[in-house]
Design a protein around this ligand. Sequence first.
Ligand SMILES: Cc1ncc(COP(=O)(O)O)c(C=O)c1O
Length: 405
Amino acid sequence: MKDKTLQYIKSSPPNSQIEKILHKITKPTYVLEISKLRYNLEILDYVQKNTGAKILLALKGFAFWSSFDLVSKYLSGITASGIYEARLGFEEFKKYNKDSQIAVFSPAFSKKEILELLPISNHIIFNSINQLEMFYPLLNGYDIDIGLRVNPLYSEVSPAIYNPCIDGSRLGMIPSEFKKGLHLLSKVSGIHFHTHCEQNSDALQRTLIHFKKHFGEYIKDMKWVNFGGGHHITRNDYDIDLLIKIINDFRDEFGGIDVYLEPGEAVGWQTGSLVGEVRDIITNKYKIAITNLSAAAHMPDCLEMPYIPQIRGAKIINLESIDNDFSYRLGAPSCLAGDVIGDYEFDKELKIGDKIIIEDMIHYTIVKNNTFNGIPLPDLAILKENGDFEIVREFGYDDYKYRNG
Ligand SMILES: Cc1ncc(COP(=O)(O)O)c(C=O)c1O
């Protein structure tokens, strides 16, 4: 069969089917819609097919492994932040595709972690020459590529909490530190940088200028370069043609070198929702709907980034300027005064028991959630392409209890 064109893939983005199964949801639940996940995977695979680059799923952003039978049909492997993610990739991704790559980067590995990684990983990426020096002898006899993470001294990311190139960053070697390990470069097969967050391909284009300026002379001795994550490839306005050109030009310039990308967010982007409900409506200056969902426990990026998530059937407003019959502040059943999801104008009056569908809640949510205040963890569910709805994991009191003693 002929490969699909990008225009063809993008011509039919799947609609959400969640409203059809809403009556089946009785507790807070993250719902992953498989048709939407497949749509993203087809776009990512298009990039792979048109560049020869390998795209690895960053488990830190999306580790919903009940979907890995599908994800592993498209992506080339996973990238892990340590032993647990590497194990998950090995157990639940590689089992569907034995050729999948398991790459691991940590700012500092322990010896115990390295020993555990030896039988399950393909790329181990070190953050310092110290770590390289300490651990490369342990890798002898294993078919594992060693990589080094560098800091190209350039990143356009804000806020600073997400910028790996801020002054004093511990993430990646600055050029002068990298040079201290030149005598060990024959042990090294790849260079890795990660400097993006939710960015378009023009940011990569600008970043590569700095990467090549500082590390270009070493690339010819490498098997691969890993461009990290943060490439928002599946977002509607992402310039995929430019990304393809950038990768192909880079590969041409460096003798066909392998290129890796490791997005997390772009895999889980817009693939599902968090469903909860209104528990009470009170008034203090504004109408305040208290829900069974918590920004702090279930969507921590809303407070960390910070950002206000979209809610189906509502628009984000500022209650200072719009305060009418259908406008509400949505908050959590927690003690934290700032545990507010946002201010919204709904298209109808809210009632106790109404369902709330918070959009785009599959990446960087489940992997980060917690049981602050003893608030239950939402269940995990999958909405299949044929309309079947399956709760794949239910959480309960024990999940709270045994994290605490
Ligand atoms: C080293 C590394 N690789 C990949 C990623 C994935 O980034 P994203 O989910 O934004 O694509 C991150 C995110 O922080 C990262 O630190």
